[in-house]
Design a binder for this molecule. Structure first.
Ligand SMILES: *Cc1c(COP(=O)(O)O)cnc(C)c1O
Length: 494
C-alpha cells in the first residue's frame, strides 16, 4: 500500500513542464514576427503551408527552463558517481579548456590537411601513445564509441577471414557470459553467430572454451578484467588456445582503468583491441555521448583499419591517406570524435606513464577497500578469494532487499550503483569509484549504501525531482512526443 502512494505519473513528479506547456501558458509575442513575409527561394510546393508549431516563449523563459533542467542533472562534478563498467572519473577542466582553443575547435572537417598540421600531429601522436599503452602495432581513432570500435573490430575479423578464404566456415564469435551487451550486438550486427562461454568462479571456464573451439570460430571477444572486476588469470593460455584453433582474440578495453601503465593486451596475445577513451582516459560522458572508441590491431591486420589515416612524411609533415585497398572502409565521418581525442591526448600527456600507472593502482586499491567494506553486509558472488581490479559486484540476494530498492534509496544521497549487470549475478550492484574519490568520499558513499539495508525503502527516493515512476505504466503506455503529453493534459482538463 505504501509503495502505491509513492507512484506518481511522470508528468506530476517532474516539476519542470515541457517548453510547449510553458508556451501555452505564456503566449508571449515572438520578436521575429516581421520575418513572415520574407521571400523564399524554395519552390512553392516545398514550402510549409501551415505555421510551425513552436511554443511562444521569451529568451529568458527558455534559459530558465534549461537551467532548471540542468540543476536536476547528476554528474561526476556534483558528487560520487560509481557507475560500474563505465569508469566515470574526474575530467580535468584544463582539458576542456584546451579542447576549446579556437585552433582546435574551429577547424572544419573538410579543411585541407596542409592547413591543419597541428591537429594531425596531435592525432598521430595519440595513435602512437595508444599503440604504446595497448602494446598493439596500429590504431584507428575513427570509431565514436566502444561499441563502434567493437563493430569495426568485427568487420576487420570478417575481412581477414574473407581474404584467407575461411569466412564461409568461421561464422561464430565466442563471448563470455559476463560480457557487456554491446559485445553480443556488435558480433551479431557484423553477421556472426554468437556463442556464449560460461564462467567458472568469475573467470572464463577453460574446459567449456576448449569444447566450443573449432574451425567454425572466428574470434573470442573478451573483456579484461571482466565486468565482475576479476582479472582473467589464464588470459595468455586462452589466447594460445584460440590461436591454435585458427581464431582471432578480440580485447574489449572498456576496463583499461585497471590496466593502464601496468599490463597490455598486446602482451597477452590479443590481435584486436578497442579502448573507450571516454572512460579510462577521462572526457565527460554519459547520457549517450560523446565518446571515442579507437581500435588497435596487430601489424598484419593494419591494412584492414578504416581510412582515412594520418601519415607522417619523411620531412616531418603530416598527410591524410585513404585506407588501403583492404580497409573495411569508413566507420565515421572525418577522423573521429576530435574533441574527445584531444582530451584523451592531454590526459595521457599530463599524467605520463608513471601517472597512468599510479591512477590504475589507486583505482584498484580503492575498489578493494570498498569491496571489503561492502562485503561485511552484502555477498560478493564469484571469486570470493580473488582480488578485484577496477570494480566489484555485490549481490543484494539474501539481504532482504532488492537491488532496485537499494538503488532507489541511494539516489537520495547521490548516484546509485549500476544494477542488474552483469546478468550472471542475481540482484547485482556494480560499483566503480575510480581513482578520483578520496577515502572519506568512498566511506560516506558506502555508509549511505549500507544504511539502506536497515530502513524501509518503499517511499524512496523522496528528495529527487522524480520520485518512483510507475515503471509498468511507462513501459505499457509510453508517451514519447510532446503532443501526447499536451493531449493528455487537455483531456484531463475537459
Ligand atoms: C561501456 C562498455 C562497452 C561499450 O562502450 P560504449 O562506448 O558505451 O559504446 C563495451 N564493453 C564494456 C565492458 C563496457 O563497459
Amino acid at each position: 500500500m505504501k509503495f502505491r502512494q509513492a507512484i506518481y505519473s511522470s508528468s506530476e513528479a517532474v516539476n519542470e513542464p515541457l517548453l510547449v506547456e510553458l508556451g501555452q501558458k505564456a503566449r508571449e509575442q515572438l520578436l521575429l514576427t516581421g520575418l513572415s513575409g520574407t521571400a523564399s527561394e524554395l519552390d512553392r510546393a516545398l514550402r510549409r503551408s501551415s505555421p510551425l508549431e513552436l511554443p511562444e516563449l521569451s529568451e529568458l523563459r527558455v534559459i530558465r527552463h534549461y537551467t532548471r533542467l540542468s540543476q536536476m542533472n547528476y554528474g561526476v562534478d556534483c558528487g560520487t558517481y560509481p557507475l560500474g563498467s563505465c569508469t566515470m572519473k574526474y575530467n580535468p577542466k584544463l582539458n576542456d579548456l584546451i579542447a576549446q582553443f579556437p585552433g582546435f575547435a574551429d577547424i572544419h572537417p573538410g579543411q585541407s590537411p596542409e592547413t591543419v598540421q597541428g591537429a594531425l600531429e596531435v592525432l598521430w601522436s595519440l595513435e602512437s601513445l595508444l599503440s604504446e599503452i595497448t602494446g598493439m602495432d596500429a590504431v584507428s581513432l575513427q570509431p565514436a564509441a566502444g561499441s563502434q570500435g567493437e563493430f569495426t573490430g568485427m568487420l576487420i575479423t570478417k575481412a581477414y577471414f574473407r581474404d584467407k578464404g575461411e569466412l564461409g566456415r568461421r561464422k561464430q564469435v565466442l563471448i563470455p557470459d559476463t560480457a557487456h551487451g554491446s559485445n553480443f550486438a556488435s558480433a551479431a550486427m557484423a553477421g556472426f553467430e554468437v556463442v556464449k562461454v560460461p564462467s567458472h568462479d568469475g573467470e572464463t571456464d577453460i574446459g567449456s572454451l576448449e569444447s566450443l573451439l573449432s574451425y567454425r570460430v572466428a574470434a573470442f571477444m573478451v573483456t579484461v578484467p571482466n565486468t565482475l572486476g576479476i582479472f582473467e588469470r589464464n588470459v595468455k593460455h586462452i589466447c594460445e588456445l584460440v590461436h591454435d584453433a585458427g581464431g582471432l582474440m578480440y580485447f574489449d578495453g572498456a576496463n583499461m582503468n585497471a590496466l593502464n601503465g601496468v599490463a597490455r593486451p598486446g602482451d597477452f596475445g590479443f590481435d584486436i583491441a578497442h579502448l573507450n577513451l571516454h572512460k579510462a582516459f577521462s572526457t565527460p560522458h554519459g547520457g549517450g555521448g560523446p565518446g571515442a572508441g579507437p581500435v588497435a590491431v596487430r601489424s598484419d591486420l593494419e591494412d584492414y583499419l578504416p581510412g582515412p589515416r594520418v601519415k607522417k612524411r619523411p620531412d616531418g609533415t603530416y598527410s591524410l591517406e585513404n585506407g588501403s585497398e583492404k580497409s573495411v572502409g569508413r566507420v565515421r565521418e572525418g577522423l573521429g570524435n576530435f574533441g574527445v581525442l584531444l582530451r584523451a591526448y592531454f590526459y595521457i600527456r599530463a599524467l605520463g606513464g608513471d601517472g597512468l600507472r599510479q591512477a590504475t593502482r589507486d583505482a584498484v586499491l580503492t575498489t578493494n577497500y570498498a569491496a571489503k567494506r561492502v562485503s561485511e553486509r552484502l555477498a560478493l558472488p564469484f571469486g570470493r578469494d580473488k582480488r578485484r581490479k577496477h570494480e566489484f559486484v555485490a549481490s543484494a540476494r539474501g539481504s532482504g532487499k532488492r537491488a532496485l530498492d537499494i538503488a532507489k534509496g541511494v539516489l537520495g544521497s547521490g548516484h546509485a550503483p549500476t544494477i542488474y549487470f552483469p546478468q550472471i549475478v542475481e540482484e547485482a550492484l556494480m560499483i566503480e569509484f575510480t581513482e578520483s574519490e578520496t577515502k572519506a568520499e568512498v566511506d560516506d558513499y558506502i555508509d549511505g549504501l549500507l544504511g539502506t539495508l536497515d530502513r524501509d525503502l518503499s517511499l524512496e527516493p523522496s528528495t529527487t525531482s522524480v520520485a518512483r515512476l510507475d515503471e509498468a505504466d511507462a513501459a505499457r503506455n509510453p508517451r514519447l512526443t510532446w503532443r501526447e503529453v499536451v493531449e493528455k493534459k487537455e483531456n484531463q482538463a475537459s
